[in-house]
Design a protein around this ligand. Structure first.
Ligand code: ASP
Length: 313
């Protein structure tokens, strides 16, 4: 057991229902989840670190336009893509995060560079983009991130705003369909890591930052537990969801599934729906979501990788 590795990923939680999905989209999402698992698993299989594995898995999903991270990120009210990401090393509790970046192809790579090379934990906006250039990370223009589907979502959001229609659940997103991506992993040495990357929510403004890049809210890892969240960020921030789950596991020895379900229930009581993935140093994995679906997957040493989309899978 001590030398087993595990990788758990998500591609967002929300109103993901069979009736609303085309077979093409269903297939494309599952393929992308498998690809992300394969990228991370290859690193873990050859004895690489959980930190490298979560970053590799997240990069695949950032590049895939089906997810709300990197390419395919949702639009702000002004029609821009502003990206948030974070990564954390459970072994050392080193962490790196970025918020509101607009020009780095893979925000998770920038978060990793912040952790490894900036002497800080979190950089935002233009400063983070400048740091990215100084580190020689691959840059991308607005046309790389923008997709027609996300533009349509923005138009629907604008129309709803104008009509003054009440919007269910999250204050911003008419589809309540997320797509943030994240990964948690345990490597052969038993070390954990977590990573999360997102475009945030459609129609965000005023430099809004969600939970994903906030260490403890959407992303957290220590020696015992790692968590990546995807949900209504305003509520996940206030509940400090990722840290809260890990604290319960670390301090009381609670099974991670039970801790995740309990914290998710409390967050929902405040009004915040969504999902989390969790993993312990023993290789115990958890998926917890209170939305109709969550894009998700798991790979373990020696087992076939599994992916799922809907709540009943
Ligand atoms: N948690 C993200 C945010 O609030 C949204 C999501 O997970 O879809 O920025």
């Amino acid at each position: 057991m001590a030398e087993d590795w595990t990788l758990v990923i998500h591609g967002g939680a929300g109103v993901i229902e069979r009736e609303r999905m085309t077979p093409e989209r269903d297939g494309a999402v599952r393929r992308a989840l498998h690809e992300a698992l394969a990228a991370g698993s290859a690193i873990l299989e050859r004895g690489g670190t959980s930190l490298d594995a979560v970053a590799a898995a997240v990069r695949v999903l950032e590049d895939d336009p089906n997810f709300n991270a990197g390419r395919g990120a949702v639009f702000t009210a002004e029609g821009a893509n502003e990206l948030d990401a974070a990564i954390m090393d459970g072994r050392t509790r080193a962490a790196g995060a970025v918020a509101g970046v607009t020009a780095t192809r893979n925000p998770i790579s920038l978060a990793r560079a912040v952790m490894d090379r900036s002497g800080h934990v979190m950089l935002i906006g233009d400063g983070a983009d400048a740091f990215s250039r100084s580190q020689g990370l691959e840059q991308a223009g607005p046309e790389w991130f923008a997709t027609p589907e996300r533009r349509e979502q923005l138009e629907r959001w604008r129309a709803a705003q104008q009509a003054g229609l009440p919007q269910s659940g999250l204050a911003f997103d008419p589809d309540h369909k997320f797509g943030t991506v994240g990964a948690v992993a345990r490597d052969r040495a038993g070390n954990l890591a977590a990573a999360t990357s997102t475009g945030g929510v459609t129609g965000k403004r005023w430099g809004r930052v969600g939970d994903a890049p906030l260490i403890g809210a959407g992303t957290y890892a220590d020696a015992t537990c790692a968590v990546s969240a995807t949900g209504a960020g305003e509520f996940y921030i206030r509940m400090n969801v990722a840290h809260e789950i890990c604290a319960r596991v670390r301090l009381s020895g609670e099974p991670v599934q039970q801790a995740a379900d309990a914290v998710q229930a409390e967050t929902l009581q405040l009004g915040g729906s969504g999902g989390v993935i969790g993993l312990t140093a023993d290789g115990e994995a958890a998926f917890s979501f209170n939305t109709p679906g969550m894009y998700r997957g798991v790979a373990r040493q020696g087992d076939a990788a599994m992916v799922a989309v809907y709540g009943d899978e």
